[in-house]
Every structure is written in structure tokens, then in C-alpha cells.
Design a binder for this molecule. Sequence first.
Ligand code: SF4
Length: 323
Amino acid sequence: MRVGFTSTIPVEIIYAAGHTPIDLNNVFVSGKPQKMVEEAEFEGYPRNICSWIKGMYSVAKQSELDCLIGITEGDCSNTHSLMATLDETNIDIINFSYPYDKNYIKLENEIIRLESVFNVSRKKVLEMKKRLDLIREKISFLDKLTYIENKVTGFENHLWLVNSSDFNSDPDLYEKELDEFLLEAKERKPLDFDLRFAFLGVPPIITDLYDFLLEMNVNVVYNEIQRQFSMPSFKKGFIEQYLDYTFPYTVFDRVKDIREQLTIRNIDGVISYTQAFCHRQIDNIILKKKITLPFMSVEGDQPGEIDARTKLRIESFLDMIRI
Ligand code: SF4
């Protein structure tokens, strides 16, 4: 079966059951995102709803899915309505929740429910976790090549980490391409830049943000949420790995993780990205209060290139840090 999902899920279960997981976000942003948004708006999705939701709606309809897993707690309240509008298609809709209070038993019960929906044993799931963890180990190495050896660009880091949510629906191919990339990247000379940045928040809908920063002599050496998608706590147990995954829980879990990484990675400045019409813009209030480094908020709305006003704001921000 082709199993779509709206946000990171315990993907081990889908692979162990012999199905193909598809992260709708990745398909949306790597295809023709503007067209996907317009198609959803044509069907009545409002202008003032986040573009990712509209994109996922169009992608779900066009991806020949057998079923769709919507994250109904710990991600996005818009998902409820997204699922409702897909109800009349032939796609089976399944929900999955991350408990707000990070309760081990509640999360384990959700995972058991998902295993039973896909009729797969925990033994098989754990075998699959072992297989995927070998790839996660290599992703962690790629991350170190980014922030320790300065040999990987922020965009490359973003791309490999973000795609680890479903391993591009083919872990063997993903691993083969990752091996090739690592072989090449290890031999590179360190990149030439003078500022080390953190990128916080959901992956950007702006296509050339990382390139623009690199042109300005800035490399992003920490992609917060993308790193979370790669399950940095994969060495812990199966349930623990998804309890340590900060994205679905409170902003305070994110703050703890972010502060640790800002220090480890010796960060000079922070870009906190938010999506227009996203509830996570409210979390930005807390992030601004809790992070003491130079901090700039950037908002994206429609898919496309960075606008002139944002470029100007970033340039001024960089001037301020350099002075
Ligand atoms: S960016 Fe925000 S509003 Fe949009 S899908 Fe993600 S969580 Fe929901």
C-alpha cells in the first residue's frame, strides 16, 4: 500500500508491514508547489490557511494513496479539516496522536494501535528500526560534517535531514545516494563563510533562502526541525525515540534542545522561520524570550523565491551582527 502521512510518524511500522510511506510535505515542496496550492484554493481552501495544508491536500489527491495517516495531536489542528475534506476520496484515513503530556504509556498505546491497524508485530518493527538506525547513524555523520568540519552546506544538510522522515520512500536507494554524497563531501575543502547560523522552525517554503545566506557568507550549521525528523535519539528505545522527538510536544521541549545545540554548534545568529497563518508563530514569542543570541524572525507564505524585503532585512541583520 502507498501510505501518505502529514507529519513525521513512526515510519518503522509502515516499512515493517511491507508498505511504502510517503511524506506529503516532501512531495509537495519538491514538485510544483505553487500549482498545488492554487488547485486547493480552486476547490475552496481559503486564502488565509497555511500553504502546506493546501499543498498536502492536492498532493494527497494526486498521489494514488491507499491510506493517509493524519497527525491529529501534536502537529497541526488544520489536519482535522484536511482529513475531512479527503473523506470522500477512496483514501482510507487513519489518525495518529502524540500525547501533549509526553506520557510514555499513552504514546505506546498509540503506537500499538498503529501496529494493529497495519497488522505488524513489535518484533518486526524493531527489526526495521535496526535497519533504519544504520541510515540514521550516517545522517548523524553528515550533520557532523556540517557543523564540525564545515564541509556541507545548510541546504544540503536541510535536504538530507528533511527527507529522512520517509527516506524518500525507499531506504535502500536513500542510503546508496547518501553513501555517495558522504564520500564526495568528506573530500571537500571546508566551506568559506564567516557566520554560523541556526535555522529554527518548520522547513522553509522559500526555495532559495539557504543559497542567499551562503552568498552573504553565512552557512546554516543547525537545522532544528529537520534534525528532529532524522530522530537524533535513535540510539534510545523505540518509544523513547519518539518521546525525545521535540516537534509534537511543547515549545519548551524545543527550547531545551535548541539551547544545547546552539552551544555545541557555536552559533552566531538565529533565523526563526514561521509559516504565514501557522499557530506555531505564537511559539516564536517564547523562542525569542529564551534565546539570547541575535534572533531574527522570517515569515514565508507562498512557495517561491525569497522576496526583496526579506533579503533587505537579512542583510541589515548580518550587518548588525558583524558590527
Ligand atoms: S506550517 Fe503550521 S499551519 Fe502549516 S501545516 Fe505546518 S503546523 Fe500546520
